[in-house]
Ligand binder design. Sequence first.
Ligand SMILES: [Zn+2]
Length: 142
Amino acid sequence: MACCLGTRLRHLSLKSGVVSDIAFTTSILGSMQTAAQSRGGAIMHTTPTAEAVKKAISPLDFFQAELPDFNPKRTTGWIDGGLCPFHQDRRPGSFKICLDSGSFRCFSCGARGGDIISFVMLRDGLKFRDALEALSANWGVD
Ligand SMILES: [Zn+2]
């Protein structure tokens, strides 16, 4: 009697083990399908690479379009970028940009980045990939 009960309990625990295995397998398959679907979406719409975006958009053109009071007197080294777009700036002088790389830095609010992509990410609160999308859409990068 005790022996039979033990066997039945073992059967039950085995059965529940199988059920959770199936649930586990289903969730794995589900996530694999989701991954495959998002990969398919990426193939239909390709985002230009960071290299392509930086090659297509010159930092000079970009900053002249994005910074209303940017008036470059030279195009090399760190130069004055006018009013900082990252804080309520009233006095020019603290926002510097470098047209060689697209780097920018504000000595007042601490905003900084190494290229025009990080500029868009920081200003518009975008992820890297979304910033690439926004830049390529606005500037007609293939
Ligand atoms: Zn600033």
